[in-house]
Design a protein around this ligand. Structure first.
Ligand code: ADP
Length: 429
């Protein structure tokens, strides 16, 4: 036998406070294990000796505080070690947050202000490492026994659920370096598009809804109140994107703003938040390891995210193909349609589209290959204020027989007949 000598395996020795940066190959996974010392992947310690299998295309780093030897087996796009990282400054932020959590926990839970832990919002351009910093802060906190709430406002490349959504979930354990955030029962609102400019007003309304829902949940839960939140945002920081950042900071009452690698954004935020002395704006260095992803890569990862929802990360789920009558389902679109009948408007005025109007939609061939959300709303007028139970994927529309075929994570009836449609599509690959 070949024993332990893997032909393609390679060992890498890491000095203290350095990292091994890896881009896994396009078509094959990479196996990796820790041989000596200790190391972490984005804030989560990796267990000694055990092989981890990292899926194709993943870009990540194995960082060590005290030194480690890593063994890897498989093809990579790139792999190199770096000893210049901003990790010390990131862990310093963690220490400050930790102190605030302890202070919140020690304070009487009857005082809503002093018992509130840090509410951190991470902002910066795309590919500045926002998601990665969010993840590290959450994993370090979870390692110390906190259950911070992760809020992801990135409808393009979010890490809690499929694209087109904003979502929140408590993080109870350091985030698994391979599997990511476990998808059980996050609080999800469906926006339905992957860019906010499609319906800025709706995006804002949903952000507000999510923040208010979390606020209500925190009232009865001093533990998660004290642990605080980490809020990840989109990379849109100019014009309307900047306005949306200010809106999110306000909606969630954020008190720590981490700005990744952008002097201009940082000073703009410092300037407007001067009148709020309780808000800290902190500039953080962007890691040299952060990889820029082009539009095609982003599109691909959105598609993989949807696939993962139905089939699981390792093809380990079995979604169900279901058939329903048109009459069993009620589909709604948010936005569009005239706000008021022409007759109710002053002469000469054009009816404006109301961005938050809920409009019933007839089931048609146009829905083929779209991803729809299953709302928890009891009535159509509750759709905007309701979170969603999950998603279905339309695979066939038979207009003659008035039957629609869809893929759902499980068999049986949907939890609700009210569905939300947007522009989110998926071509099963
Ligand atoms: P943003 O959220 O700002 O768009 P991300 O945090 O998603 O940026 O980072 C972009 C990409 O770079 C991701 O694929 C991430 O895994 C990768 N990445 C981040 N930090 C490092 C690092 N130190 N080494 C290697 N890859 C990294």
């Amino acid at each position: 036998g070949v024993g332990n000598a893997l032909p393609s395996a390679k060992q890498v020795k890491l000095d203290k406070e350095s990292e091994l940066r890896i881009e896994v190959a396009e078509n094959s996974p990479l196996r990796l294990r820790l041989l000596t010392g200790s190391a972490e992947i984005f804030g989560t310690e990796i267990p000694p000796e055990i092989w981890l299998t990292v899926p194709p295309r993943v870009k990540f780093a194995v960082f060590t505080w005290y030194g480690a030897t890593i063994e890897m087996d498989g093809a990579t796009e790139t792999d190199y070690t770096a000893d210049e990282t901003p990790m010390i400054s990131y862990v310093n932020v963690h220490a400050v947050l930790e102190a605030r959590r302890n202070r919140a926990k020690a304070s009487s839970s009857s005082n809503p202000d002093s018992s509130q832990g840090p509410r951190v919002i991470v902002v910066g351009p795309t590919d500045s490492g926002k998601s990665t910093v969010s993840r590290m802060l959450l994993s370090w906190a979870a390692k110390q026994g906190w259950k911070p709430t992760f809020v992801d406002l990135d409808i393009g490349q979010g890490s809690i659920t499929i694209p087109g959504c904003i979502a929140a979930t408590p993080i109870e354990m350091p985030i698994d370096p391979v599997e990511g955030i476990s998808l059980d029962m996050p609080l999800v609102y469906y926006y339905g598009h992957t860019t906010p400019s499609v319906n800025v007003e709706l995006y804002k309304v949903l952000v507000k809804e999510l923040s208010q829902m979390l606020e209500r949940q925190f009232v009865g839960n001093s533990e998660s109140r004290a642990a605080g939140m980490v809020i990840n945002t989109m990379g849109w920081i100019e014009g309307t994107g900047y306005e949306l950042l200010l809106h999110a900071i306000d909606a969630f009452n954020a008190d720590v703003i981490l700005v990744l690698g952008q002097e201009k954004l940082c000073s703009m935020l410092k300037e407007v938040l001067k009148r709020k002395p309780t808000v800290d704006v902190v500039k953080l260095q962007r890691s040299g390891g952060v990889v820029s992803r082009n539009a095609k890569y982003r599109q691909k990862s959105r598609s993989y995210r949807i696939r993962e929802y139905f089939y699981g990360l390792a093809n380990d789920l079995s979604p169900h193909s279901n058939v329903a009558n048109f009459s069993d389902l009620s589909v709604y679109r948010i936005g569009g349609g005239p706000q008021a009948p022409r007759s109710a408007l002053p002469i000469g005025a054009e009816p404006a589209a109301d961005p938050t109007r809920v409009v019933p939609v007839n089931i048609s061939q146009d829905m083929l290959h779209l991803v729809l959300a299953v709302s928890f709303a009891k009535e159509p007028d509750q759709i905007i204020s309701s979170n969603v139970a999950g998603f279905i994927y339309i695979t066939d529309v038979d207009v003659q027989r008035r039957k629609i075929t869809y893929l759902a994570p499980s068999a049986g009836e949907l939890p609700n007949r009210i569905l939300i449609i947007g522009s989110l599509a998926w071509l099963e690959t």
